[in-house]
Design a protein around this ligand. Sequence first.
Ligand code: ADP
Length: 399
Amino acid sequence: MSIKIMAVNAGSSSLKFKLYQMPEETIICSGIADRIGHDDGIFKISFAGQTVKKILPLPNHAVGVKLLLESLIDYKILNSLNEIGGIGHRVVQGGKYFSDSAIFNDDTEAKITSLIPLAPLHNKAHLVGFHAFKDVLPDVPAVAVFDTAFHQTMEPQDFLFPIPYEYYEQYDIRRYGAHGTSHKYLGEEAAKLIPEVSHPRVISCHIGSGASITAIRDGKCVATSMGLTPLGGIMMGTRTGDLDPSVMMYACKCTGKDVYEMYDIFNKKSGLLGVSGISNDTRDIEEATEKGNIQADITNKLFARRVADFIGQYFVRLGGADIIVFSAGIGENSGFYREIICDQIGEALGVKINRELNLPLRGKTEIISTPDSKIKVAVIPTDEEIMIARDVVRLLKLN
Ligand code: ADP
């Protein structure tokens, strides 16, 4: 049966969408309602080789969804909204409740609501997005696809923090990870690049503005770098990644700020931005490096070291590795960052990359290691939306 599925990623001020024809997996249209909450909101929709962009007030998510659904009819992308057979919503935090995607019913909604304290901006926005669609399309079934679900296969020694055990028992304080949908996709795609390996060990590096690394064996997550929230793990665009916990207490004491202010700084003003003082965007830091900026250079070195440390850790965790994958904004587009990371792991792990092939490579699947590299290294563009659409078809039994 051929059916149209909408994949939705609602953030605090944006709502991204992609409409698929399934099971063919062809993209019918895609776009974004951005700057939600502003008078100069941006609505963009691409279909049949063209893109329409409008600047207009987008006071809330519901207005964005209404605009999207009207556009589907106005631009004759659909004849009727009844053609949409299911909607998949990305949900960042599924906590202990979800080890797979779930049909969006009252129980699912109650659990997502109960997890708001763990992902205040995200989970709230996902529910707003869900209701915005539900109001207009009350009879179209929806599925929640959790960023944390893929990581639920971790063992206690991989997800527990060494704090009093009752904090885990009473408050569910543990590592949940994030980017799970992306890592699952990358694990599957990486396995296809090494068909000769029967039990693939994959180190998946999703390195964008938010960044995480996952160790995958036989398609299952065994360890991941993000923690209780997406603040943990490797250094990111504006987030610290893992820190000595005493930094929080001492930085508060030195600056006179409280923990909430410092937590905000660790989330929004640290990482690449905080260390470089230049930008959270690697393109700006790369440019500054080329001009000889020393702070940019030290930022790159720290970033590469932090990523390399996790790759090394997961190499040990997996008992070796068959393939290392780079993906997301930086991983897919920046040969420079891939190179400085691979330089850090080269000697210990016997990783060698083809520098000429790597440097200009952007946004496409390619093996960038040399034939004599002990571990294959690949660039794979991630595709969280197709995973969402696939899960909608699977859970709603639309195939
Ligand atoms: P997120 O989804 O977490 O917001 P992305 O995966 O879109 O982040 O990654 C965004 C980051 O990727 C940018 O901040 C920048 O550092 C990097 N990036 C994006 N495009 C390029 C590019 N063409 N070249 C180099 N780096 C890029």
